[in-house]
Design a protein around this ligand. Structure first.
Ligand SMILES: CC(C)(COP(=O)(O)OP(=O)(O)OC[C@H]1O[C@@H](n2cnc3c(N)ncnc32)[C@H](O)[C@@H]1OP(=O)(O)O)[C@@H](O)C(=O)NCCC(=O)NCCS
Length: 322
């Protein structure tokens, strides 16, 4: 029986380490500085490797069918977005394929992020794991573990923090740094022109800092999927998740910042920049009018000891500007 990726891994903080760091008020730090290659548990008939240009072409369809675990939406990533992300060195992509047929059966994307700030700690570069997906027929066989191990072994030491987002999957044996629930709102289409996405980078950065809560986990992930909108009532930042609802095909965005609740309400009333559905990390137990509870989410940080912060439990979705 293969051992788990998260168990007995010196790069994964234990509850004991986490509580001790919190008790001593230690600032966040890396767990392990030297190179520690992890042993790869092979999966018979499966090869994992960095994706080629030929693989990229298969990714949109693969993710469309298998990435979203919700029956209410599908993942729709344009091939151009994949090509640009790799060309601009924002993404590294690993794939698993069947040795006999070459069929794509698994993917993992590492997004490079810059200037990650967690409390007093700063890292010039870090990673976010995304599009971690294994074909249903191959799940629970170690293919995902193989991809995570490959990511680890391909990253030069010291491995900077790698943030991992798990939707609808609560795992209690590993301390998380942010957990919560999304609220969801369906947007009524309007013709309103009062809210515009900000193109100028100086304006965008200024508005972005006014949108995000103080003390948030922040980083710059390239600004290709996140937009800041300005309107008469304030500013709102939304990350385009590249997911659409089924059967309506409406775009799903996550609100990663807003100058006020009023600004967000006004943005929604003005058509929410053509998103059909908005998710917002819940920041209180009172669900605002027009919103409903949706799925839970959890963020983990790999090779990072964060300690627990009072604001780390609810509503502190990281502000990463992908
Ligand atoms: C998550 C998924 C890729 C796991 O693939 P798999 O081949 O079944 O996984 P394995 O059996 O090899 O186990 C993978 C390990 O990764 C863990 N894991 C699950 N979701 C994870 C995530 N988002 N990030 C990092 N690790 C994750 C598993 O708990 C398991 O840990 P363990 O080794 O300590 O037991 C697969 O279930 C899947 O495609 N799910 C649908 C897409 C999805 O939800 N992706 C995660 C969000 S990015």
């Amino acid at each position: 029986m293969a051992s788990g990726f998260w168990s007995q891994n010196p790069h994964v903080a234990s509850w004991f380490d986490t509580l001790s760091a919190w008790w001593r008020s230690d600032p966040p730090r890396l767990l392990v500085a030297q190179q520690h290659p992890l042993r790869q548990q092979p999966v018979r008939g499966v090869v994992c490797r960095i994706a080629t240009q030929e693989d990229w072409k298969l990714l949109p369809e693969f993710w469309y069918h298998w990435f979203s675990i919700s029956s209410r939406c599908k993942c729709v990533v344009p091939l151009k977005a994949v090509q640009e992300a790799v060309a601009e060195k924002r993404w590294d992509i690993w794939v698993s394929v069947r040795e006999d047929t070459g069929q794509l059966i698994g993917t993992l994307v590492r997004r490079h992020i810059k200037d990650l700030k967690i409390d007093a700690a700063r890292w010039p570069t870090a990673g976010v794991v995304d599009y971690f997906c294994v074909h249903p027929a191959w799940r629970a066989k170690g293919v995902g573990r193989l991809l995570l191990t490959l990511l680890h072994n391909s990253t030069p030491a010291p491995i900077p923090p790698h943030l991992m987002f798990w939707e609808q999957a609560i795992r209690l044996d590993v301390p998380c740094f942010s957990a919560g629930i999304f609220w969801v709102k369906k947007i009524q289409p309007t013709q309103s022109m009062s809210w515009e996405p900000i193109q100028d980078t100086k304006d965008r950065d200024r508005l972005w800092s006014s949108c995000i809560p103080a003390g948030s986990v922040t980083a710059n992930g390239g600004w290709k999927e996140t937009r800041v909108w300005r309107g008469p009532e304030g500013s709102v930042a939304v990350w385009d998740t590249f997911h659409t609802t089924v059967p309506e095909c409406e775009r799903v965005g996550i609100v990663v910042g807003a100058t006020s609740d009023q600004a967000l309400t006004a943005f929604c009333n003005a058509g929410a920049g053509s998103f059909g559905v908005l998710l917002k990390p819940a920041d209180s137990i009172h669900v605002p009018e027009g919103w409903e509870y949706d799925a839970p989410y959890v963020w983990f940080a790999y090779n990072t000891l964060l300690g627990l912060k009072p604001n780390s439990v609810i509503g502190s979705f990281p502000c990463l500007a992908f």
